[in-house]
Design a protein around this ligand. Structure first.
Ligand code: HEM
Ligand code: HEM
Length: 191
């Protein structure tokens, strides 16, 4: 059993993400900085926050428990237990909001939306804002479900669970739209 320092792991992850956005940062300067590197880092944060939530929720090979920061690795499932002071949903929420703000900083410095890449960028900005609004609404449904379950109001609970299921289809559909636009954007900008 091995316990690693969570802060150290986080620092390495941030460093790797910064390194991965370095080539884009280096490309700027020639034709005016558009903070493309910042957007790349923001998108990486969004992916990290979402993947961490999705993986720990399923507990297939990584789980999250509240407690003093640290990581325990063991040979049997779920293999990795991460201890942290906050819930994975809070990580999802925080990383996606910060990532969105970084991507929007890049968006705000752009001026040409008439190209395919620019149009995809505009579409992504709208999708990201909708995703965040939708996310807060999803959290609100979660809170209502918890309250209703505590009061054992079974009919209201059933209605809320159906609402959560429908909301989630919408939330994930927005993610799919975002990924398609990101693919178009990355394939067409800088041509
Ligand atoms: C991995 C993430 C991203 C990278 C690496 C990236 C990179 C770039 C690059 C290199 C350009 C061309 C800049 C130029 O020609 O001077 C550009 C343009 C643009 N990007 Fe991004 N981008 C990313 C994500 C986003 C996101 C998430 C949005 C929207 C929220 C966005 C919106 C735009 C817009 C609207 C333009 C058009 C700029 C113009 O021609 O004025 N980008 N991007
Ligand atoms: C760019 C922004 C975002 C992206 C790409 C994103 C992506 C996702 C994805 C893919 C899932 C499904 C995870 C799974 O079940 O495996 C999810 C779930 C969820 N997200 Fe987001 N999200 C974003 C922003 C937010 C924000 C800002 C919040 C909260 C304020 C939020 C709240 C939630 C909630 C409550 C769930 C569902 C919880 C559940 O019932 O399992 N999301 N998100």
């Amino acid at each position: 059993m091995r316990r690693l320092n969570l802060l150290g792991v986080f620092a390495v992850a941030v460093l790797l993400l910064l390194l991965s956005s370095a080539p884009v940062l280096a490309d700027e300067g020639e034709e005016g900085a558009n903070f493309g590197g910042l957007a790349a880092f923001g998108v990486a944060l969004i992916f990290t926050g979402t993947a961490y939530y999705a993986l720990t929720k399923r507990r297939l090979f990584i789980e999250h428990r509240k407690g003093e920061p640290g990581i325990v690795v063991r040979p049997e499932r779920p293999y990795i237990t991460v201890f942290g002071p906050v819930y994975p949903m809070t990580i999802h929420h925080t990383f996606t909001v910060i990532g969105t703000l970084l991507a929007l900083a890049h968006f705000a410095t752009c001026t040409d939306y008439s190209t395919i890449g620019g149009g995809a960028g505009l579409g992504m900005a709208i999708t990201l804002v909708l995703l965040n609004i939708s996310g807060f609404y999803g959290r609100y449904i979660h809170i209502r479900i918890e309250r209703t379950a505590r009061k054992s109001e079974m009919r209201a609970l059933k209605r809320l669970v159906v609402l959560l299921r429908r909301w989630k289809v919408f939330h994930v559909a927005l993610v799919v739209v975002f990924l398609i636009l990101l693919g178009v954007h990355l394939a067409t900008v800088g041509d």
